[in-house]
Design a protein around this ligand. Structure first.
Ligand code: PLP
Length: 451
């Protein structure tokens, strides 16, 4: 079976395009989304789909062992298996945060979806495999695509550079100069991309890449390109599959450009429409206080006791935050995110710099190694739990969006006490000499102090 899917204008159902076309915006300049032929997907029973997905999970039959391509029919049916560019992304660990949940939150059913345990260390791999595979398919069909380009806060460029290099497709990345981590910067450099450091912020890079990709031979890889959303929505499929097809009560996700929160909602909504699940979870979009335009809009709507609407939103100049990948003041996927949050009875919460750093450190102490964006989500979780919004006995999933190893500057500065706020969980290394008796005695003393 090869079900159909097409691009459709978010604000006009009648405006449709083939998934083989180079197109990112509707005629009115609005967003496009990928729409699937749900009738065709419904022609197989939910039980049959579940069986198929369970049979494919993590196996080696190309390309289904990838967590994304295991859902091929639901993701990008236009791409033939021979054009899939996969690095076996997805199938990430759903970490039972048992100790963190019980000790700090009185929550026994708390899980962290480790999307950063992936080829380039972030969830961006999920969308990029779909986008680069689609480009390979288009090139095979004769489209004159010379290179693929993106603006990035660091993780998108790393993913695009890796998938482009794997497929021998040239890559251009536009980065805000001095605003990404060393690990993020070195990734596209190592993968041979054309790396451009622009003297602006992410929103400025976004404007330039849109201009650059007005040339149809340069293909746009930002999440405004709705193909990426299709890969990222498999996060939702994996979560319910990992719970033996049960739906959690809450899903918390850090939000910047708002592609991921939209993608996660889309995954749940499509599963509901085909009958794989019977209800939707509630979503929480978690923003850094320094880059919180959606939070401000949500507060406005909440004060008037009504649903969030597009008209509540005002773009802002995002300030520097430890959660550098979500330093975005004018999110491109806003209309999709507003719709997603309304549908999933969503909440928007925010975290200050010290809240996100302490929450990440607290969870690290229980065996995780969190990036600052995951810290934002954990801090928002702590707030919602302490406020009683998240109730006793509920099942909660936090989306961890990147690997902590990409953000070691943040963690090192926290533990060295170099951040401009108190770091109550700072863990300083003990400097010792080489005399065995002295070293052993000091280790005993240190252990006694900690007991
Ligand atoms: C690590 C990390 N977390 C969260 C996000 C936010 O995702 P989105 O921009 O789709 O809201 C990003 C996006 O750059 C990211 O790199």
């Amino acid at each position: 079976m090869r079900p159909r899917a097409w691009f459709q204008a978010v604000d006009d159902e009648s405006e449709r395009y083939s998934l083989g076309e180079v197109i990112y915006r509707s005629q009115s300049g609005g967003l496009l989304e990928v729409v699937h032929d749900m009738e065709a997907l419904r022609s197989r029973s939910p039980a049959a789909w579940m069986r198929t997905f369970d049979e494919r999970y993590g196996r080696s039959r190309w390309p289904y062992g990838s967590g994304v391509w295991a859902k091929h029919e639901w993701v990008q049916p236009h791409v033939e298996a021979s054009n899939v560019v996969s690095l076996y992304e997805g199938n990430t660990n759903l970490f039972w945060a048992e100790r963190y949940g019980k000790e700090h939150l009185n929550l026994g059913d708390l899980w962290v979806k480790q999307c950063g345990t992936s080829h380039t260390g972030s969830f961006k791999d999920l969308g990029m495999t779909v986008l680069v595979s689609s480009v390979k398919q288009m090139i095979a069909e004769g489209k004159p695509i010379r290179a693929v380009a993106c603006a990035s806060t660091g993780d998108t460029s790393a993913a695009l550079a890796a998938y482009g290099a794997a497929a021998a497709i040239p890559v251009v990345v536009l980065l805000p100069k001095g605003k990404i981590t060393a690990a993020q910067l070195v990734q596209p450099i190592a993968n041979g991309a054309l790396v451009c450091a622009l003297d602006t912020d992410f929103d400025g890079c976004m404007r330039v890449v849109q201009r650059l990709t007005e040339d149809p031979t340069l293909y746009l890889a930002n999440s405004m390109n709705s193909l990426r959303v299709e890969g990222q929505k498999t996060i939702s499929f994996e979560i319910v599959q990992q719970f033996d097809w049960e739906v959690p009560d809450w899903v918390l996700v850090p939000g910047g450009n708002l592609g991921n929160v939209s993608a996660i909602a889309k995954g749940f909504i499509e599963m509901l429409e085909v009958g794989l699940i019977a209800r939707l979870p509630r979503l929480v979009c978690c923003q850094a206080e320094k880059a919180n335009p959606l939070y401000r809009a949500y507060q406005k709507a909440a004060a008037e006791q009504r649903d969030l609407a597009m008209s509540d939103f005002q773009p802002m100049q995002a300030e520097a935050t430890l959660a550098s990948a979500i330093r975005i003041g004018d999110p491109v996927s806003l209309p999709k995110a507003v719709r997603a949050l309304v549908r999933c009875r969503g909440i928007v919460e925010q975290a200050s710099e010290s809240e996100l750093a302490d929450a990440a450190a607290r969870a690290d102490r229980t065996g995780m190694f969190n990036c600052p964006h995951t810290g934002v989500a954990l801090a928002c979780l702590e707030k919602l739990r302490h406020a009683g919004t998240i109730e006793d006995g509920q099942r909660v999933v936090v989306i961890s969006t990147a690997h902590g190893l990409k953000f070691t500057e943040f963690k090192a500065a926290y533990h060295a006490g170099e951040l401009p706020f108190e770091a109550p969980l700072a863990n300083h290394p003990v400097e010792l000499g080489s005399d065995p008796d002295e070293v052993v005695a000091q280790i005993h003393r240190a252990l006694d102090e900690r007991a």
